[in-house]
Write a protein that binds this ligand. Structure first.
Ligand SMILES: Cc1cc2nc3c(=O)[nH]c(=O)nc-3n(C[C@H](O)[C@H](O)[C@H](O)COP(=O)(O)OP(=O)(O)OC[C@H]3O[C@@H](n4cnc5c(N)ncnc54)[C@H](O)[C@@H]3O)c2cc1C
Length: 395
């Protein structure tokens, strides 16, 4: 049996970028995905502005390919409270790309292959192989033939998203409130779409809606609702639910749905440790943690997390050092973002709090820009977490 340096499970942004960086450095990399690309992914499909820098660092024409494929550029975010009151924050003079995930993820998957990774699609990872307590490979099932195979590797990278099999097999998955699920669609000719992302918060129990242009006259729309509401009343009627938000009523024509509604969730799920106890595996992207889509930072976390993972893996492959430094690097990089993301995600469950914050921010455009700049990863999250800033937003 071939022994790979690394088997990367999942060819989304986290897995493809990890595979690309490892392969380019000379590692023998196998990149597996259970889907055939181009594949869809429920998402609001906006890349926070700082993602552009990571794409630039990847080289290999990736940033140019994304720029060429992404006619939509967002200048900031508009947040609309349940009453219809609104505030706009800007990305500190920068912009974010927005494009369909079918296109974006395929650019990254192809770049990994060009860098030397061997890519196998429609191969689902079902289990892990162990050797003396350390992860030593994966067990897969081929979606076409149904064949089960084992693939041995010096390291396994779990980049298999929210429902990660690798994370579950490593046994450290945690969840917490708020548990939400999302329904996403592509809709053509939505009225009044500008060069802004929009977040509309509903009354208690109704959740929120994120939307934005993704080029070609298409808008990506994500309805995010509490899991308990879906359990009680069943999945929402998509367009009826959108029409209940004051800033959305009458803007959609249900006959203009370009892609059927995709469901995903529940979120607020993460791994207690992003590194296997016995060594031999680590987690990156949503497989490591995904709290809530409101701040739209998941793709950036996947890309930046892949850079951190690749740096640590290359050191481990060359010098045999422990993967534990990856957990520390993630804490250093993401601790502020995790806190900001959680505070905002919890806060949007309290409509009165959202009304208050939107009213305050509308009077203080500098603070609105600060908050949107921090969620766009343009400035460090800690700038928005200073007690004085939080106090001015809320009191
Ligand atoms: C409603 C919603 C809106 C969002 N909006 C935004 C946004 O606007 N901006 C933003 O930055 N982020 C957004 N996100 C978050 C973003 O979608 C994720 O954070 C991002 O996709 C994470 O990338 P990933 O590579 O970790 O995982 P994924 O993109 O989920 O990729 C995982 C890959 O693993 C494969 N896979 C899964 N299981 C297996 C298996 N057992 N074997 C083999 N392959 C497997 C899958 O087929 C998939 O290709 C949103 C999320 C949701 C739910």
């Amino acid at each position: 049996m071939t022994r790979w340096d690394a088997v990367v499970v999942g060819a989304g942004p986290a897995g493809s970028v990890t595979a690309l960086l490892l392969a380019r450095a000379g590692a023998r990399v196998l990149l597996l995905d259970r889907e055939r690309f181009p594949r869809d992914k429920p998402c609001s499909e906006y890349l926070s502005p700082e993602s552009t820098r990571v794409l630039g660092r990847l080289g290999g024409g990736v940033a140019a390919a994304v720029a060429a494929a992404a006619p939509a550029r967002l200048r900031g975010m508009k947040v609309v409270a349940p009453s219809g009151a609104a505030v706009v924050g800007h990305f500190a003079g920068r912009f974010s790309y927005a494009l369909p995930r079918t296109t974006f993820d395929t650019i990254l998957r192809n770049a990994a292959e060009r860098a030397g990774a061997e890519v196998r699609e429609r191969v689902k990872v079902e289990d892990l192989l162990y050797d003396k307590g350390a992860v030593a490979g994966v067990v897969t099932r081929d979606a076409g033939s149904g064949t089960r195979d084992g693939w041995r590797a010096r390291v396994v990278v779990g980049a298999d998203g929210l429902r990660s099999v690798v994370a579950r097999r490593l046994g450290a998955v945690r969840t917490s409130p708020p548990r939400r699920v999302a329904f996403t669609a592509h809709i053509a000719d939505v009225a009044d779409v500008a060069d802004l992302g929009e977040m509309h918060v509903g009354p208690r129990g109704r959740g929120y809606v994120g939307l934005g242009p993704i080029g070609g006259g298409m808008t990506t729309v994500a309805l995010v609702v509490p899991l308990r509401a879906v359990r009680r009343r069943g999945p929402p009627r998509f367009f009826e639910a959108l029409d209940r938000f004051p800033g959305l009523a009458g803007r959609f024509d249900s006959r203009r749905v370009v892609r059927d509604v995709l469901a995903t969730g529940p979120f607020a799920q993460w791994s207690r440790r992003p590194v296997a106890d016995g060594g031999g595996a680590l987690l990156v992207g949503d497989a490591a943690d995904f709290f809530d889509p409101f701040t739209g930072q998941g793709i950036y976390s996947a890309l930046r997390g892949a850079e951190l993972a690749a740096a640590c893996l290359l050191a481990a492959l060359a010098r045999g050092i422990s993967l534990r430094s990856y957990a520390r690097a993630r804490r250093r990089e993401f601790a502020g973002k995790w806190l900001l993301e959680r505070l905002i995600a919890l806060g949007v469950g309290w409509p009165a709090l959202v009304e208050r914050a939107v009213a305050r921010l509308a009077r203080r455009p500098d603070l609105a820009d600060l908050l949107v700049g921090a969620t766009g990863n343009c400035i460090p999250a800690r700038a928005a977490l200073r007690p004085g800033v939080l106090a001015r937003i809320l009191w």
